[in-house]
Design a protein around this ligand. Structure first.
Ligand code: KIV
Length: 265
């Protein structure tokens, strides 16, 4: 399989072919995703709440993220690896942002980075990272690092003013040089409208089927969290782990382990 590059994704959009993306935070799951032929492996800062047991994405650090991106990049041979810039890694200054984005590429093996927020706040940061030769994926709509400012997990783009603002933000991020744009919890019709108006691909999460591609959190679709309206559980792996562990505990307790086939001969 050939390596997916940012340009491959743009060719996909032009050809009308959908783009697939999932999160991964470690070697074994990233390897499975890559072997299945996923286009983008996103090492999301959602690692904070899916793997580290934190309540939201605000507590994960650059060092945490670099460690997880390294695990993923050791496994992936085909997909584009996008590393998520964590809270406070790009908001303070362009210089810090470029250095942190550079760590993801040089130390950890990422191919691109993603950051949350519009170009009127982060245009300079985006241009600085691009000057260093690192592709940037934008992320608008619901942006989890601003959850306290937004006032909760809410669908974005309701009302004419909000729709116009989202359309404008999408265009400015394209003009700033982003190679793709995540649209999170954006009203489906607005997301579809943005998708047709842009040259770069949109990757939706909870934003309807009209985007150029979709991204979901692996732990969500494997049953680690109760299903929500925008994702389904494709396979209840969490339940499978529970069953396996309970069987093991039972076998150890009732003396049926080790069974004959487990014994060394
Ligand atoms: O961190 C993450 O997993 C993300 C997705 C929700 C797009 O940013």
């Amino acid at each position: 399989m050939v390596r997916i590059r940012t340009t491959t994704l743009q060719e996909r959009k032009r050809a009308g072919e959908k783009i697939t993306a999932l999160t991964a935070y470690d070697y074994p799951t990233a390897k499975i995703l890559d072997e299945c032929g996923i286009d983008i492996v996103l090492v999301g800062d959602s690692c904070a709440n899916n793997v580290m047991g934190l309540p939201d994405t605000l507590g994960i650090t650059m060092d945490d993220m670099v460690r997880h991106v390294k695990m993923v990049s050791r496994a992936v041979e085909h997909a584009l690896i996008v590393a998520d810039m964590p809270f406070l890694s790009y908001q303070v200054s362009t210089e810090e942002a470029v250095r942190n984005a550079g760590r993801f590429v040089a130390e950890a093996g990422a191919h691109a980075i993603k950051l949350e927020g519009p170009a009127d706040k982060f245009g300079d940061v985006i241009r600085g990272i691009l000057r260093a030769g690192i592709p940037v994926m934008g992320h608008i709509g619901f942006t989890p690092q601003s959850v306290h400012q937004i006032g909760g997990y809410k669908v974005q783009g309701r009302g004419e003013e909000a729709r116009a603002r989202l359309r404008e933000e999408a265009l400015s991020l394209q003009e700033a040089g982003c190679f793709a744009l995540v649209l999170e919890l954006v009203q489906a019709d607005v997301a579809a409208e943005i998708t047709t108006s842009l040259d770069i691909p949109t990757i939706g999460i909870g934003s309807g089927a009209g985007c150029d591609g979709q991204v979901l959190i692996l732990h969500d679709i494997l049953g680690f969290h109760p299903p929500r309206s925008y994702f389904k559980v494709y396979e209840n792996v969490a339940e499978g782990i529970r069953r396996a562990v309970n069987t093991y505990i039972q076998e150890v307790k009732d003396g049926s382990f080790p069974s004959e086939e487990h014994e060394h001969r």
